[in-house]
Design a protein around this ligand. Structure first.
Ligand code: NDP
Length: 488
């Protein structure tokens, strides 16, 4: 089998690390063998990026010229959208309708940050004397973008587009479990004419390539999406280097249903919140709080609808639940279902490997709902990252807010109610980076995203997303011509 090369310093060549194998989660067949980057490859990519950034061909571009590269990348993603969506479906097992949406969002992200680049303004700050004072934004340097396996190309676009728009160079380290889309993005950037060295894509492991990038003295910032433990480890290194870091980490988000909600709408929102992407989503609404008066009826209807979800090959547009990323991930999720039962939980549905012979080779797992657990138990506190929802009845707003916030995370939340004043009250009280009211997993590239507490540090997206890859410089210009009195 041929080993796919790295894109390092503008060249496609084999990496010096041991190749890795990526498999299709729907049948565990080998999809590709991929080169990985060694410490030496990382160093070569960083050095080339530093040179490319300082080259006038990039450094001195006018905003509309730099934006032009991003527009061209966006157009090429759109041109190849079906191919990319199918490849992503094979590489990470998400159903095809989801991967199409992710590819479209990646193109939109490049367009949005092209516009941000063209419209970015500096400030003339209020002068406190006879001088002109300015605040300018300048690129940071070489950015390391480290991404997880659950939303390839969308995750990479969210980092690469603003970093390039801001005038930086970027080195991407995709997850070892889904490296193919990042390599495709590199091909498109090359076709778009992006100057060599500005973007490198270095597949590799979280034990060699990732740490080598983070620790490299030439890296000016790490932008990371992944698990909280990894984020913490990166944060430690960043502290030693006094290096800025942005961390998009895990979650255990509350999705809250009040008795006055539109019940069918809420059921759809709860199902989508926890079971889309097989629950392998940082924002999964995995703690489902239901107001007591409607608890039993809502639970029964939710169980009925969960059992009817269509599990199958992600290639089909009818599939709602595809396979989990790896057999190990399925083992982990299965372990949590067992743990929940040991903790006193009652399994209402799912939580098993499907019996359908057509699904035996893939990492499929039936969507599970569990009740009778306390909010403090491990299954209600730890991120499972799979199709497992915990049902938690609540009686009053004060206890609800306490329990919803009683977690180390603070990523997202949902509120289902017909009372907009209550939605406002609860939404303001929740410790979460995002609050959805009568909807869930709604996104816009124009709206900031990020987590509180152990869900992360910093925000991505939004008009200010470009500034996360820039630093401010203050400039004072004397307008009086007078000499400085102290020196006279
Ligand atoms: P990991 O934290 O295991 O890995 C994320 C990336 O970091 C991978 O590329 C990984 O490489 C790399 N990595 C691992 N260890 C290190 C290290 N010490 N130094 C540098 N890089 C390292 O997360 P997963 O890939 O398992 O993704 C799932 C997690 O991501 C979940 O916790 C989820 O909540 C979170 N996530 C958060 C999102 C958000 O926006 N808040 C969005 C999506 C996911 P390798 O693959 O080789 O291990």
């Amino acid at each position: 089998m041929t080993v796919l090369p790295l894109y390092v310093a503008g060249n496609w060549r084999p990496g010096r690390g041991a190749p890795l194998i990526t498999r299709n989660p729907a049948n565990n067949e080998v999809l590709a063998s991929v080169s990985t980057a060694s410490i030496e490859d990382v160093d070569e990519a960083v050095q080339a990026a530093q040179v490319a950034m300082q080259n006038p061909a990039w450094r001195d571009l006018l905003p509309h010229q730099r934006a032009g590269y991003l527009h061209r990348i966006a157009a090429l993603i759109e041109r190849d959208s079906e191919k990319l969506a199918q490849l992503q479906r094979q590489d990470n097992g998400k159903p095809i309708l989801e991967t199409r949406a992710l590819v479209a969002s990646a193109a939109g992200t490049f367009r949005f940050f092209a516009a941000a680049c063209e419209t970015l303004e500096g400030d003339i700050t209020p002068s406190r004397g006879n001088y002109l004072s300015l605040s300018l934004h300048e690129p940071l340097g070489v950015i390391a973008a480290i991404t997880p396996w659950n939303s390839p190309i969308a995750s990479e676009a969210q980092k690469v587009a603003p970093a390039l728009a801001a005038g930086n160079a970027v080195i991407v380290k995709p997850s070892e479990f889904s490296p193919l889309l990042a390599l495709e993005l590199a091909k498109l950037a090359e076709e778009a004419g992006l100057p060599k060295g500005l973007l490198s894509v270095l597949p590799g492991t979280g034990t060699v390539t990732g740490p080598a990038l983070v620790a490299h003295p030439g890296i000016a910032k790490v932008t990371f999406t992944g698990g909280t433990a990894t984020g913490r480890a990166i944060g430690h290194v960043a502290a030693e280097k006094i290096m800025p870091v942005s961390l998009e980490l895990g979650g255990k988000s509350p999705n809250i249903v009040f008795a006055d909600a539109d019940i069918e709408q809420a059921i759809n929102g709860v199902l989508f919140g926890i079971f889309s992407s097989q629950g392998q989503s940082c924002i999964a609404g995995s703690r489902i709080f239901i107001e007591e008066p409607i608890y039993a009826g809502f639970r029964d209807r939710l169980v009925e609808r969960t059992k009817a979800l269509r599990i199958g090959d992600p290639v089909s547009e009818r599939t709602q639940i595809g396979p989990l990323i790896t057999p190990q991930q399925r083992d982990k999720v299965e372990g949590y279902v067992k743990l929940a039962q040991q903790e006193g939980g009652r399994l209402l549905c799912g939580g098993t490997r499907p019996t359908d012979p057509a699904l035996q080779d893939g990492n499929y797992f039936t969507p599970a709902l569990i009740e009778n657990l306390s909010n403090r138990c491990r299954t209600a506190q730890e991120e499972i990252f799979g199709p497992v929802g915990i049902l938690l009845p609540f009686r009053d707003e004060a206890t609800l807010i306490h329990d919803a916030n009683d977690t180390v995370f603070g990523l997202a939340s949902g509120i289902w109610t017909g009372d907009f004043r209550r939605a406002w009250r609860i939404g303001r009280a929740l410790n979460a980076g995002t609050v959805w009211v009568n909807t869930y997993k709604q996104f816009s590239i124009a709206t900031a995203f990020g987590g509180n507490a152990e869900s992360g540090l910093g925000r991505e997206k939004g008009r200010d997303g470009i500034k996360a890859y820039m630093r401010q410089k203050s400039v004072y210009v004397d307008m009086s011509g007078r000499s400085i009195p102290w020196a006279d």
